[in-house]
Ligand binder design. Structure first.
Ligand code: P6P
Length: 338
């Protein structure tokens, strides 16, 4: 048997892993497995285009601005369409919320029999698009009663603690899909020679602590005093607590998230005096990230309270976001309201 075929036969495919996970849940019908498989297919399509984006016509701007008031990149729209098309068939998904669409994409007029709602950021890290930086896709999956019509509030305006699954795709030197359906957090690396995601990071658990932090320090003077004090604390030399911490900031949250899941550390996108709600979106960035971070043993807050307990009032609402190892997030909290 060749080395490649030995590798592939030794590795578990994403499809097999999803099926094995669903067998742990009595009554699981395999429909969530199908939705996750649809997402993985779309991820392969996006990864394939990103690999040669500069050679095609997918870089640069469309000339439009999105609901966030941000200039739309061609890749944003491309990825939004790929994921939407991949989730349309199968009569499993009722509606999709996307950072790239102000409105809600309802996939059927009444949604009877459709069990899931998807909230996603098709391309996270858009500022990295044209410089071949790391990009990501983030997704959150909620369950809905399939015997009633679509209802925005009941289907979508749900707190993060109601998610049934969440995950991200990181388009980096490798394309990696990381997801959790409620138990473990598992990562799969795309084997491009066969077009399959193979299990590469099983049951990810964060270490107790690590000495790196991720924040856009350029906003230092607009942070609240407690945030400034914490960041100043990290910069003071103290061998006993392995300070100063090293700054690692990818301008693509998925890249910082992946490093923190594997190595520990803390990510901060706090509110500022002019934008107290910060920049990141609750429903399709903070909630899915928090679902993964907590299942990997970490903590995720809005600067004070648990992200996944926030009762949403708008599908595109923003929130400050601080996540990482529990010890690091607790130390951050000790500097607030001193
Ligand atoms: P800033 C990308 O636009 C993003 O949503 C996250 O992926 C990233 O962490 C953050 O915004 C970067 O924002 O203000 O530092 O450029």
């Amino acid at each position: 048997m060749s080395q490649m075929s030995e590798l592939i036969s030794a590795k578990k495919t994403l499809t097999r892993h999803i099926l094995e996970q669903q067998q742990k849940f009595p009554g699981a019908t395999g429909e969530l497995s199908t939705v996750l498989s649809q997402i993985s297919f779309a991820a392969k399509v996006v990864a394939n285009e990103l690999r040669r984006a500069a050679l095609g016509d997918l870089l640069g701007y469309t000339g439009d601005t999105n609901v966030q008031g941000e200039k739309v990149k061609k890749l944003d729209i491309f990825a939004h369409e790929v994921f939407t098309n991949a989730l349309e068939y199968g009569e499993l998904v009722c509606s999709i919320v996307s950072e790239e669409s102000e409105g809600i994409t309802q996939l059927h007029r009444d949604c009877k029999g459709r069990k899931y709602s998807i909230l996603m950021d098709p391309v996270d890290g858009s500022s990295n698009t044209d410089i071949n930086g790391v990009l990501g896709t983030i997704f959150s999956i909620h369950r809905r009663p399939e015997d009633r019509d679509f209802d925005e509030e009941k289907d979508l305006l749900l707190p993060g603690n109601k998610q049934v699954a969440a995950g991200y795709v990181m388009y980096g030197s490798s394309t990696i899909l990381v997801y959790s359906a409620g138990e473990t957090v598992d990562g799969f690396t795309l084997e491009p020679n066969i077009g399959e995601f193979l299990l590469s990071h099983e049951n990810i658990k964060m270490p107790n602590r690590h000495h790196t932090y991720s924040i856009n320090s350029g906003s230092y003077h607009s942070w609240e005093r407690g945030v400034q004090k914490y960041i100043n604390h990290l910069a003071v030399e103290d061998k006993a607590t392995k300070r100063p911490y090293s700054l690692r900031y990818a301008a693509s949250m998925v890249a910082d998230l992946h490093r923190i899941l594997l190595e520990g550390g803390i990510f901060l996108y706090p509110g500022t005096k002019s934008k107290p709600q910060g920049k990141l979106r609750l429903m399709y960035e903070a909630n899915p990230v928090s679902f993964l971070i907590e299942r990997a043993g970490g903590k995720s807050i809005d600067g004070k309270n648990r992200i996944m307990d926030i009762e949403p009032n708008h599908i595109h609402q923003r929130t400050p976001l601080i996540f990482g190892t529990t010890a690091d997030v607790d130390e951050f909290l000790s500097f607030q309201n001193e």
